[in-house]
Design a protein around this ligand. Structure first.
Ligand SMILES: Nc1ncnc2c1ncn2[C@@H]1O[C@H](COP(=O)(O)OP(=O)(O)OP(=O)(O)O)[C@@H](O)[C@H]1O
Ligand SMILES: [Mg+2]
Length: 496
């Protein structure tokens, strides 16, 4: 195979950490190349260098055997490297057409925006992807999956040779993932190379040709997909063997949270269930089935039209999140960067933001030692890396930021904890640690609702599982012999 990109001895050092340490490997023309590694391994750092967002301390990048350096994303784009970051960096208030063609217009120095020309460029790109999208629609109205496609169309417009996708499927519904993979395969056939970052091993094995592994900033190796097993790949990433523990189902009988006939137009209908003390209740189903909407209703963020909620036998009326928190209900949201973190503040401040009253004394003075102790405890329990309480939250890797959000709500020590996709973007080693933590918290009496699309995860840790489909509860499962197929069938087929 002909090579497109050669990454040569890249090193990037941040205070106290070698994010990349002498990394070299090549990306071939027309291949899907997966980049994997634990949280903080250096994947996003490598991508940011390729994309011209940051510059390396040492090393170089060759495109078609020529050394190239770029200090700005537009320069990288001109050299044929296009990136869709997790946040996509699109403009929600502009139309699809504008989003696709605007950077090309800027790049060409053409500040007079010819509307029909822009539309023509956009339509061509969308057609090439073989998808259906209304280019006149405001981007903000599209699903995340379709926004993803817009970001890729934008790359196409620039004749990108390398398209980089950083965790593109983290918040996509199954059918959107399929659409994305169809597009990726199409681009590959046309000779484009794709660099794909993900923590989802099944997807990596489905879509990629070769897989490169980073560990603690160091390059471990590149492996053709056919020549490596999932277990081997995990051991290269983590340096040890990791398996999901499937915990025994517990029977709990003491109702903690009762939801009765909860309905909201266009959201969910007739939702009734009980969460017992000391139990982990799973809610699964396709993205868009209404799981998050129900969770938000319990958390006071989405007032239902009708129905009742009881906590410890007492009717509660949560019409605000602060009320919900006071009653002892906490919710760890799905999109943590926008909903979960105070950017610009330290890790320690983020972890303790929910418990300020507990760490200040009667005179409103902060008890620093208490705060430090609590922060240390959670950094330990969730293995947040690097273990620097005073480092700005923005400087942690994506997965470690997510751990910080989880820590902040666990520190609050609620009676009922609702976690939405708790291990999305979290590496496989840390995942099993978080599973253990949730099981321990339930053992101590907390009631936990886990919303997850990842069926192995639901099966591993939940005592009982509800499946939602189109806003309704389609089925309930208990027992140790439930299978993924049964859950999936309930999630997609009509109730018989
Ligand atoms: N701006 C920064 N300042 C200081 N340290 C940083 C900065 N950006 C990244 N780092 C550190 O560099 C290391 C690598 O981070 P990177 O984001 O590349 O990891 P990653 O492999 O993408 O992880 P994840 O799977 O969690 O997204 C981490 O230890 C991170 O804390
Ligand atoms: Mg990352």
């Amino acid at each position: 195979m002909e090579r497109l990109i050669e990454i040569k001895k890249l090193t990037k050092i941040y205070p106290g950490v070698r994010a990349l340490d002498d990394v070299s490997f090549t990306i071939n023309k027309g291949e899907v190349h997966a980049l994997v590694g634990e949280n903080g391994a250096g994947k996003s750092t490598l991508i940011k260098i390729l994309a011209g967002v940051i510059t390396p301390d040492e090393g170089e990048i060759l495109i078609d055997d020529k050394v190239e350096s770029f200090s700005h994303p537009l320069e990288a784009l001109q050299k044929g490297i296009a990136v869709t970051f997790q946040d996509l960096s699109l403009f929600p208030n502009l139309s699809v057409a504008e989003n696709i063609s605007i950077s090309r217009k800027i790049e060409e120095g053409d500040m007079v925006l010819d509307w029909s020309e822009m539309k023509r460029i956009a339509r061509k790109a969308i057609d090439e992807l073989g998808v259906k999208l209304d280019i006149n629609k405001k981007l903000g109205y599209l699903s995340i999956g379709n926004q993803q496609l817009v970001a890729i169309a934008r790359a196409l417009v620039h004749d990108a040779k390398l398209l980089i996708l950083d965790e593109p499927t983290a918040s996509l519904a199954k059918e959107d993932i399929n659409a994305l993979f169809r597009v990726v395969n199409l681009l590959k056939k046309r000779g484009m190379s794709i660099l794909f970052v993900s923590h989802k091993l099944d997807e990596i094995f489905e879509i990629s040709d070769r897989i490169s592994v980073l560990r603690d900033g160091k390059y471990i190796g590149t492996y053709p997909k056919e020549e490596i097993t999932e277990d081997e790949l995990i051991s290269y990433m983590v340096g040890r063997k990791v398996r999901y523990t499937r915990y025994d189902k517990r029977k709990r009988q003491e109702p903690l949270l009762e939801v009765k006939n909860l309905s909201k137009k266009n959201n969910f209908k007739d939702i009734s269930f009980t969460l017992n003390r000391g139990e982990i209740l799973g809610i699964t189903g396709l993205v868009g089935a209404g799981r998050t909407e129900v969770a938000q209703a319990i958390f006071g963020n989405n007032v239902p039209d009708s129905g009742e909620i009881y906590l410890e036998g007492k009717r509660i009326n949560n019409d605000s999140t602060s009320k919900a928190l006071k009653t002892g209900i906490a919710y760890v949201p799905e999109s943590r960067q926008t909903q979960g973190l105070v950017l610009g503040k330290s890790l320690a401040d983020n972890i303790t933001v929910t418990i300020l009253d507990r760490i200040t004394n009667g005179l409103n003075l902060l008890d620093k030692r208490l705060k430090t102790g609590i922060v240390r405890e959670w950094i330990d329990k969730l293995n947040i890396k690097p273990a620097y309480p005073d480092m700005q939250i923005d400087q942690f890797s994506g997965g470690n930021q997510q751990k910080a959000v989880i820590a902040k709500w666990l520190a609050y020590n609620p009676k009922v904890l609702i976690v939405d996709e708790p291990t999305q973007g979290i590496d496989i080693g840390a995942k099993s640690e978080i599973h253990k933590l949730l099981r321990d918290l339930a053992e101590e009496g907390m009631g936990i609702i886990v919303i997850s699309s990842e069926l192995p995860e639901v099966l591993a840790i939940c005592d009982r599982i509800l499946v939602m489909r189109r806003g309704r509860i389609a089925g309930e499962f208990t027992g140790d012999d439930v299978t993924q197929e049964e859950l999936l069938n309930k999630a997609i087929t009509k109730a018989g």
